[in-house]
Design a binder for this molecule. Structure first.
Ligand code: PLP
Length: 426
């Protein structure tokens, strides 16, 4: 696919390229396995000496076409789909670290990713240090150790709505000889392409805007192909030293710029197996065909809603990066000039009790544990996703007890504002 094509065209047409007489629409190859004429050829596939499909846990034509679309949109060398965003972030990091290693991450990240780092990867022997993403380069650099293998952050953090200074993070990571991994879920490649600012690996929860219709949990890992693993060979033996499970193959030697993503597919996916179903990938692809139309509408609606809320006498505060005066407005103007995302957060005067009352009165806007799909929704983290936390812990997590997360959909803004208006009226 021609990388010079515009994102709009890539959303619609990248990925599946039918040959003469093949289906125009991406086919769902709902098959675990693939047939070969000779056992010798099958053997070559297992040794990675020949490329071809043999088992869907490793590769499937439907999944690969959708991965190719995401890769084209991000401008990378190759991508891999996973069965969830959680799996995408786990694989992205675990692909280059092991027990005894260390990672540095921004503190303001998705709660599920925070748990993955602080609980589960810790049990796997990988320690994660969390840093304030707005701290100085020198301060963030102090979190690095000789065994640090990556720096991680989110383009727009879920739920903090902090905009990452990607260039700053890339500088810090590269000075330390490690890649920068950026979760680009909220921005999507329509609004930001982190590789253009120096990120090395991009991850996604495709369950959000990419799918856009809340039908399928999914994720993706995209490799820019830009990080020089050989230059840091001692740090990344998994990529630069022989893999015994493939007769001593060396990923950087055999696959060059695609070393990282090939290893993620043929080793991690082979062994851990969080593969999406081809049917879910088909739905994801269908969603992405309109990503470029939906994202600007989400942003326009969210900005109008943020401005409405800001003026409402019952509203105590509003966070939305595109609002003039927002803490992250300057970073948003640099990295997200077309708009940030459809999610905003706000607090009501009267705090927690008032937040719960307001939400219960909403009619069109639904209370759901999801964000970033076509339908508008709200969530009160202190009562839902973070309900086990004390007020002090909530504060530490950057989630005030009165915070309402509002995922503004693509309905007509007048109807959304009317619903909010009536819910704020006693
Ligand atoms: C939702 C989300 C995830 C996790 O993705 P799932 O598809 O729910 O597993 C990771 N990162 C961000 C930023 C998210 O919003």
């Amino acid at each position: 696919m021609d990388k010079k094509q515009k994102p709009e065209t890539l959303c619609v047409q990248a990925g599946w390229q039918p040959a003469n007489g093949e289906p125009r629409v991406l086919p769902i190859v709902q098959s675990t396995t693939f047939k070969y004429a000779s056992s010798e050829q099958m053997g070559r596939l297992f040794d990675l000496e020949e490329s071809g499909y043999f088992y869907t846990r490793l590769q499937n034509p439907t999944n690969d076409a959708v991965a190719a679309k995401i890769n084209a949109l991000e401008g990378g060398v190759a991508a891999m789909l996973t069965s969830s965003g959680q799996a995408a972030n786990h694989y992205a990091l675990f692909n280059i670290c092991q027990a005894g290693d260390h990672l540095v991450s921004a503190t303001s990240i998705y709660g599920g990713t925070y748990n993955l780092f602080a609980v589960t990867m810790k049990k796997q022997g990988v320690e994660v240090s969390f840093v304030d993403q707005d701290a100085s380069e020198a301060e963030i650099a102090r979190a690095f150790k000789s065994n640090t293998k990556a720096l991680f952050g989110e383009t727009i953090s879920n739920t903090g709505l902090k905009v990452l200074d990607i260039e700053k993070f890339a500088r810090i990571a590269h000075k330390q000889g490690v890649p920068l991994i950026v979760d680009n879920t909220f921005a999507t490649p329509v609004n930001c392409r982190p590789f253009e600012w120096g990120a090395d690996i991009v991850t996604h929860s495709t369950s959000k805007y990419m799918d856009g219709h809340a039908t399928s949990i999914g994720g993706a890992v995209v490799d820019s192909g830009n990080f020089d693993w050989e230059a840091q060979a001692a740090k990344f033996p998994g990529l630069t030293a022989p893999d015994d499970s493939y007769h001593g193959l060396v990923y950087t030697k055999n696959f060059g710029k695609a070393a990282y993503i090939t290893k993620a597919t043929v080793q991690l996916m082979r062994d851990l197996g969080s593969v999406p179903s081809p049917h879910n990938s088909f739905l994801l692809n269908l969603g992405m065909e309109t990503l470029h139309l939906r994202v600007p509408r989400h942003c326009a609606n969210a900005l109008e809603m943020a401005r409405y809320l800001q003026k409402h006498p019952k509203v105590a505060w509003v966070n939305y990066p595109d609002l003039t005066g927002d803490r992250y407005h300057d970073l948003a103007a640099k990295y997200l000039p077309k708009g940030s995302c459809g999610v905003l957060t706000f607090g009501l005067k009267g705090g927690r009790a008032e937040a719960v009352n307001f939400m219960d009165r909403l009619r069109l806007v639904a209370i759901v544990t999801h964000v970033a799909d076509a339908r508008s929704s709200v969530l009160h983290p202190a009562s839902h996703t973070h309900r086990q936390l004390t007020e002090a812990q909530l504060k530490e997590a950057g989630i005030p007890h009165d915070l309402i997360r509002f995922s503004v959909g693509i309905e007509h803004i007048d109807d959304l504002i009317s619903d909010v208006e009536q819910a704020l009226t006693d």
